[in-house]
Design a protein around this ligand. Structure first.
Ligand code: ATP
Length: 293
C-alpha cells in the first residue's frame, strides 16, 4: 500500500495547489487531459499591478443548478487597503462569498469587480497571484517546513522564507523543532498544532506579498500562545493590504474598520462595531452570543 500512498498524496497536493491558485496545476491538468470548470476567456487580461478594490454587484450564487441559492443579490464594496470583517450566522455563506473572489466558483448572476474590472476578464493565474488566502484548515504538503512556506513564492530564497516566517511569528517555534526549517512535517513527520499550521500559512502569504488578503479565522480554540501570535501576525499582514476576514473572534471584529453582516437577506448591516451595537440588530445579537459561530 506504501506504493500507492505517495501518488495519492501528490494528487491531493495538486488539488490544493489549485485551490491556492498556484500554477503548475494547469500542467497537471494537461497531463490528465482534464478540462477545468473555470477557464480563461481567450482575451483575458494579465494584471501586472493590482490596488485591491473589490466590488460585488447583485451577485447570486448556487453550487449546482438544482440547489438553492446560497447568495442572493449580494452587493458590497471594499476600498483599497481597507480591513473588513465579515460576520454572520453559520451557513449564511461567508466562506462561499470569499471563495468567489479568487473565482473558485463562477457566479450565476451579477458581477465581481477587482479594481473596476470584472474578474471574468482577468486571467485566473493573474487574479490569484494578487490574492492571498489563509484558510481555517491549513493544508501542509509532504516535505519540510522550508518547502511548505516556499509554496507562497516558488522563487523565494531561504533568507526570504525565514523573513516571512519571522513576520508570521513562526520562526521561534520552527527553531525549536528537531531540524529547524528542515523538519519533516509530512505524514510521518512532526505534528504541528492548529495555530502553528496557521502561522505557516500566514508565512506563505507574506512571501507571496499580495495586495489583497482573505483570512478565514479559526473557529476552534487555538492554544494561548498561538492565539496571540496569529492575531499579531494578522495585524502585520493586513497593513497596507485590502483585507477581508471571516471573523469569529471579538477582538478581530473590534479591530476591523468596517463590519459586514451577511444573512440570508444578503449584506444586512454594515458599519463599525459601535455603530452596529447601537443598531441593536443581527450584529448586536451575534455579539451578545460572543460571535464564535
Ligand atoms: P460557517 O460559518 O458555518 O462556516 P458560512 O457562513 O461560511 O458558514 P458557507 O460555508 O459558505 O457558510 O455555506 C453556505 C451554504 O452553502 C451552506 O448551506 C452549505 O451547506 C453550502 N455549501 C458550502 N459549500 C458547499 C459545496 N462545496 N457544495 C455544496 N454546498 C455547499
Amino acid at each position: 500500500i506504501g506504493i500507492l500512498i505517495e501518488p495519492i498524496q501528490r494528487l491531493v497536493n495538486f488539488a490544493r495547489l489549485y485551490q491556492e491558485g498556484i500554477t503548475g496545476f494547469d500542467r497537471f491538468m494537461e497531463i490528465l487531459e482534464v478540462e477545468p470548470d473555470i477557464q480563461d476567456s481567450s482575451d483575458a487580461l494579465e494584471l501586472a499591478h493590482v490596488q485591491g478594490k473589490v466590488e460585488f454587484k447583485d451577485v447570486s450564487f448556487k453550487y449546482k443548478e438544482d440547489y438553492d441559492f446560497v447568495l442572493r443579490n449580494v452587493s458590497l464594496d471594499i476600498k483599497v487597503g481597507e480591513y473588513v470583517a465579515l460576520v454572520g450566522p453559520s451557513g449564511a455563506g461567508k466562506s462561499t462569498l470569499c471563495s468567489l473572489i479568487p473565482r473558485f466558483y463562477e457566479v450565476n448572476d451579477g458581477e465581481i469587480l477587482l479594481d473596476g474590472m470584472n474578474i471574468r476578464d482577468i486571467r485566473l493565474s493573474s487574479l490569484r497571484r494578487h490574492i492571498g488566502v489563509v484558510q481555517q484548515d491549513v493544508y501542509l504538503f509532504a516535505g519540510n517546513i522550508m518547502d511548505n512556506i516556499r509554496y507562497g513564492n516558488m522563487d523565494a530564497t531561504p533568507e526570504e522564507i525565514i523573513e516571512a516566517a519571522q513576520k508570521a511569528n513562526a520562526h521561534d517555534f520552527i527553531m525549536e523543532l528537531p531540524d529547524g526549517y528542515e523538519t519533516d512535517i509530512g505524514q510521518r513527520g512532526v505534528k504541528l498544532s492548529g495555530g502553528q499550521k496557521q502561522r505557516l500559512s500566514i508565512a506563505r502569504v507574506f512571501l507571496k506579498n499580495p495586495p489583497m488578503i482573505i483570512f478565514d479565522e479559526a473557529t476552534s480554540a487555538l492554544d494561548n500562545e498561538s492565539e496571540k501570535a496569529v492575531q499579531d501576525s494578522l495585524e502585520k499582514l493586513t497593513d497596507n493590504r485590502t483585507t477581508l476576514v471571516i471573523a469569529h473572534r471579538l477582538s478581530t471584529v473590534r479591530n476591523a474598520q468596517r463590519i459586514l453582516v451577511l444573512t440570508d437577506n444578503g449584506i444586512d448591516e454594515q458599519g463599525t462595531h459601535e455603530e452596529l451595537l447601537a443598531l441593536g440588530g443581527t450584529y448586536a445579537n451575534l455579539y451578545n452570543m460572543q460571535l464564535k459561530i
